[in-house]
Ligand binder design. Structure first.
Ligand SMILES: Cc1cc2nc3c(=O)[nH]c(=O)nc-3n(C[C@H](O)[C@H](O)[C@H](O)COP(=O)(O)OP(=O)(O)OC[C@H]3O[C@@H](n4cnc5c(N)ncnc54)[C@H](O)[C@@H]3O)c2cc1C
Length: 385
């Protein structure tokens, strides 16, 4: 497998790196402190066409691949966790579900505005009693005379304060298990859609409960019908590559800061970088970063314009999520007590790095997927409908 970037991909990587250093980095601690949605950073990326990377040209995007999306989001995450999370919403599963499964009307209505950074799309999957077990959701879509009525509630939803549209996982009728699950698009302002108060998080962004009280939808609002759970999960494989790339970017940012720091800080009459114990820590961190990057690039490259392979994406996500925690923790260690100060950005990387292993399918769930591919679902005890 060849990961040589094409000249265009190198240009894209450099473009995003330049924007990240010039426009995103100076604002990163503000978004972290205030919990505001990073509109200024998102608009900067929208102006450069980055948000439309995976949107077809016909709908105002760039028509790029998952690999290009991975390259871009890694650069963003290297300087700003909040902006990377916002970009994840624009490049990720919600947009891609519309790209792959939406009607022409859905695409024309939502994609151009998403690509310009003017429309934020939330994904509403997690419920109070259905997190990792997404096939157990209870939010109900009941057939009505002229469409559907939605009732239920979601929790831990990113961007619900600013989203213009909510891609919502629902259960159609009384079909049990994951077979009954599909998805609908609910516009902000639709009667019966209520956003609860935001909760502060370790990483700095807010997460919201979302409620649906007799929300009436036309049949056109259905994006994926029942028996569509596999399709929705397939789109999540792309999300997992992007989530992994955020982890990688966070870890790389922490590592870069540590490499600089150990070359300036002196103890016992020499630079920290001159101690072999420190050098070996850096070497191990560099190995982990490269291994994570290779797994992510493989999953994203093999996907081309389609959706990444489930097992490749699972390996990349589990490894990158755990690498991010370990590498950013080691980076803080190299800063000593100074690394614990909020004024040192390394503590921000460590907090941001914790997100990946908690969202979008935990490393435990990724290991279940990998194990299923090795010994079969029945053998791993998760054979369900
Ligand atoms: C920063 C952040 C942003 C988020 N944004 C969104 C969003 O926008 N939209 C959305 O819908 N959700 C969002 N979530 C929710 C997220 O997707 C869920 O938290 C995640 O799916 C895990 O579900 P849970 O929290 O209910 O944990 P649980 O499913 O209760 O899991 C708890 C623990 O048990 C383990 N576990 C569960 N099942 C198994 C198993 N079969 N085998 C082994 N271990 C298992 C898990 O790995 C975990 O360690 C977000 C979460 C975070 C942290």
């Amino acid at each position: 497998m060849d990961f040589q970037l094409t000249p265009e991909q190198r240009d894209l990587q450099q473009l995003v790196r330049d924007i990240a250093h010039r426009e995103l980095a100076p604002l990163a601690s503000r978004w972290d402190r205030t919990h505001e949605f990073p509109w200024d950073s998102i608009r900067a990326l929208g102006r450069a066409g980055v948000l439309g990377l995976t949107i077809p040209e016909r709908y105002g995007g760039v028509g790029g691949s998952w690999f290009e999306a991975v390259l871009a989001i890694e650069e963003v995450a290297r300087v700003c966790y909040q902006t990377a999370m916002a970009v994840l919403g624009e490049l990720g599963v919600q947009t891609q579900t519309i790209v792959h499964y939406g009607t022409d009307a859905h695409k024309a209505r939502y994609l151009p505005a998403v690509g310009r950074g003017e429309l934020i799309c939330a994904i509403c999957m997690t419920e109070p009693d259905a997190g990792s077990d997404a096939g157990a959701i209870l939010t109900q879509a009941t057939a009505a005379k002229d469409g559907y009525t939605i009732n239920g509630s979601k929790v831990l939803i990113s961007r619900a304060d600013v989203a213009g549209v909510f891609l919502t996982f629902v259960r159609f009728g009384d079909t049990p298990g994951s077979r009954g699950v599909g998805a609908v698009l609910i516009d902000r302002g639709t009667p019966g859609l209520e956003i609860g108060p935001g909760e502060e998080t370790l990483g700095g962004e807010l997460l919201f409960p979302v409620y649906f009280h007799d929300v009436h939808l036309s049949p056109e609002a259905v994006l994926v019908k029942e028996h569509g759970f596999r399709k929705l999960m397939a789109a999540f494989n792309g999300q997992r590559c992007l989530n992994a790339a955020i982890s990688l970017g966070q870890a790389q940012g922490a590592f870069d800061a540590a490499v600089t720091y150990v070359q300036t800080r002196r103890q016992f009459g020499q630079r920290l970088a001159d101690f072999q114990g420190v050098q070996w820590m850096l070497a191990d961190m560099a190995i982990d970063l490269d291994a994570a990057r290779l797994l992510i690039y493989r999953a994203a490259c093999n996907a081309g314009a389609g959706l990444p392979d489930q097992v490749e994406a699972a390996k990349a996500k589990a490894f990158a999520n755990e690498t991010a925690i370990h590498v950013s923790n080691q980076a803080m260690q190299l800063f000593g007590g100074h690394g614990y100060l909020k004024s040192m950005q390394v503590e921000r990387f460590l907090r941001g790095a914790r997100f990946g292993a908690l969202a979008g399918g935990t490393p435990q769930i990724q290991r279940n997927i990998i194990a299923d591919s090795l010994v079969g679902r029945r053998a791993t005890g998760r054979a369900r409908d």
